[in-house]
Each structure stands twice: as structure tokens, then as C-alpha cells.
Design a protein around this ligand. Sequence first.
Ligand SMILES: Nc1ncnc2c1ncn2[C@@H]1O[C@@H]2COP(=O)(O)O[C@H]2[C@H]1O
Ligand SMILES: Nc1ncnc2c1ncn2[C@@H]1O[C@@H]2COP(=O)(O)O[C@H]2[C@H]1O
Length: 416
Amino acid sequence: MVSSLSKESQVELQLFHNEVNAANPSDFLQFAANYFNLRLEQQRSFLKDREPEFKAKNIVLFPEPEESFSRPQSSQSQSRSRSSVMFKSPFVNEDPHSNVFKNGFNLDPHEQDTNQQVQEEQQHIREKTSTPPLPMHFNAQRRTSVSGETLQPNNFDDWTPDHYKEKSEQQLERLEKSIRNNFLFNKLDSDSKRLVINCLEEKCVPKGATIIKQGDQGDYFYVVEKGTVDFYVNDNKVNSSGPGSSFGELALMYNSPRAATVVATSECLLWALDRLTFRKILLGSSFKKRLMYDDLLKSMPVLKSLTTYDRAKLADALDTKIYQPGETIIREGDQGENFYLIEYGAVDVSKEGQGVVNKLKDHDYFGEVALLNDLPRQATVTATKRTKVATLGKSGFQRLLGPAVDVLKLNDPTRH
Ligand SMILES: Nc1ncnc2c1ncn2[C@@H]1O[C@@H]2COP(=O)(O)O[C@H]2[C@H]1O
Ligand SMILES: Nc1ncnc2c1ncn2[C@@H]1O[C@@H]2COP(=O)(O)O[C@H]2[C@H]1O
């Protein structure tokens, strides 16, 4: 069956297969939905960035939604949907392509714990709408609009990035050293790594030069080969870094203004990666966790004081775990190793001799008391529903929670 598919589809399937093998997800459907959602979002974003280029060649990448599946709405809201759709999850309410995923199909993952539930929900949604499932419809639309063109949205194999330049042996050797310990590059497969390396542009910056100015638009992402840089937020020095580190990713990830000013504190040799290649190659692999945990971290009241940068660093350090009803997550008296954020689910907190003392649910947290006070676990925490948590190890807890630690201390449930 697979051999009858286009080469691009086969590549997609292979990539997906690799991801499934690596993640071994317990909730396969949710994993698959999230994975393809992300791929689609990446592809749309990437194409949206190149839309003017295509327009100049009279190629319409994103035609207006056809009448058959555009919901009745005001002309104002129609134009808003069209302009924002490329950067949004196809599962969100406003996306005209996503009628079928409304009613929380992906927004309330805890409501779809079993395959049967998902199937029932899909059936229910199908009955409610005549819109065909999103991926089919979206593909069909794309093909009719761009067929016959050299750069097909479906086919990135022929895509040559603007800044692609094969590196010399000597440059490759130096680059290998610079990026060896950079976790962003370690996540790439060898083909993507080669592509990224060949898209990097060498930039020599004198001491004292401003490389990035806070508030500017993002154009490049940088890796430091030699030299050191300082970071300033609102004129206050917040950070510095040296060889092997990287910076300038936030504005490219979130399409937001530069969050800091970056100044060279010595002569620097940098490698710069353009915005498009960054978004196409690095975003979905190296920054996958940031995309995955962004909504959760933003929605947690205890983390409200964190900046985008703090949240991004925190997301890099998180891992996901799923617990079944009845499973013990923390046992009273044990040593504390992790802090837990509840993505969805429900847990009981109980204490020896007292029974259940607390109940926690979506977007609550636990496991901070032992880590904050260097004490054994003060209670047992048991899942009462299927519960998905993001975990943060002890060292990350101490390094990455910043001002949120004060909030955790204030809210310490054992204080009284
Ligand atoms: N404390 C900080 N706050 C914001 N940005 C920082 C901080 N420390 C380092 N940076 C980096 O500085 C970069 C400035 O440009 P970006 O916002 O694109 O991405 C930012 C981060 O990579
Ligand atoms: N009343 C409570 N007493 C103790 N721990 C509680 C209570 N309510 C919630 N908890 C959480 O249960 C966790 C058990 O592990 P910790 O002691 O590390 O951190 C604890 C708190 O996060």
C-alpha cells in the first residue's frame, strides 16, 4: 500500500514512524493528532512566509475558502480567519478548515481517553457537519491551486533555501566543533543537520557591536563559534554566553519582537541561520517541546510571572509522563526528585493517618514541597483518573522556575 503513495507522503510516514518509535506513546491517537497538527502548522507557516514570492509568479498558495465549507460569518471575521489561519492549529475554533475538530476534539484531550470515545466523538461531529475531514480537504485545495509548479507546497525535496552554500572541509570541521554540544542540533537527523549546516552564514562581529536590538523584527538565529555576548532586557544585563551557545530563536519562533539586546563583549565569530530555514528545519525538531508545552505553561497561574524566555527554557527541560487511575505518582517519605505540572487528569493527595487531604486537577502542580525545603515527600499522590503530567527534575526546578519559586513558597500547603 505504501508504495502507491507519493514520495513526499512516504517520507512523511517514515518521519512519523521514527517519531512513534522514539516516543513509544501510550496514547497513540493523541500523539498522532499532535504530530500531524504540528507538521501541518509548520508547512503552512513556511509557505505563508514565501507567499509574496509565489504571488509574483501568479501562484495562489492559499486560495479563499470555498463556499462549500466556509461557515456563514461577517466579512470582517472572514478576512480575519483567512489571514490568521496559516499560523494556527487546524484544531482551533476559528480555522475555517477545522469544523470537524470543533467541540474540543483536541482541546480537551482528557475527554477522549479511549479509542471508542474518540470514534464516537468523530461520528457525532461527522453527523453534525458536512465538511470532510481537514487533511483531505486541505490537500485537495492545495493541489488544484499549485499543480504544475516547480515548488509544490507538498514537495520540499526540491526546495533550495536562499542561503544554501556548501561549506568547505575546513568550515565543516569548525562547525562540527561549534555545534557538537548544542542540544538543538543533536535533535536533528543527519540530512536535516547537513542542510542546516550548509545554510549557516559566517558572520564576524567586532567587540562592542550590537548584534540584536530589543524590539526589532527577527531575521536570524545565531550560534556562537568564538567570543562572548551579553544579553540586556530593558537596558539591564540579564545573561551572557559564549562558544557553542545560540541565541535569537524567540522572535523567529513566536513571530514576536526581539526580547533582548545582544552585544558582543569580545570579537565574535557567529554562524547565522535565516528565519525560513530556522522555521522549516529547527522549529519542529529542536524546539518541539516548546511548542508542545507552550499552552500548558501559559495557562498555569503559578507561572504567570515567567517571561517568554523563562517559559521557553522551562519547556526545554520538561518531560511527559502518563499515569493510569490508581497509580501512585509520589509516595510519602520518599526522596523528592521531580516537580509535576498536571496537563490533564486528577490526583488525590493523602497523608498517613489522615487520608485524602487534597484533590488536584488540570493545571495544578505538586511535588514542590520536598524540593523547596529539602525534605522527604510530605504526602502520597495517586492518580484517580488517567493523568498526564509534565515533570521537571530537581536541578531544573532550582534553575528554571525563577520568580515562580516565591509563589510556590507562598502557596506551600504544609505551611500551616
Ligand atoms: N533573559 C533573556 N530574555 C530574553 N531573551 C534572552 C534572554 N537571555 C538570552 N536571550 C536571547 O536573546 C535573544 C534576543 O532575540 P530573540 O528574542 O529572538 O531571542 C532571544 C534569546 O535567544
Ligand atoms: N496538604 C498537603 N500536605 C502535603 N502535601 C500536599 C498537600 N496538598 C498538596 N500536597 C502536595 O503533595 C506533594 C507530595 O510531595 P511533596 O511533599 O514534594 O509536595 C507535596 C505537595 O505538592
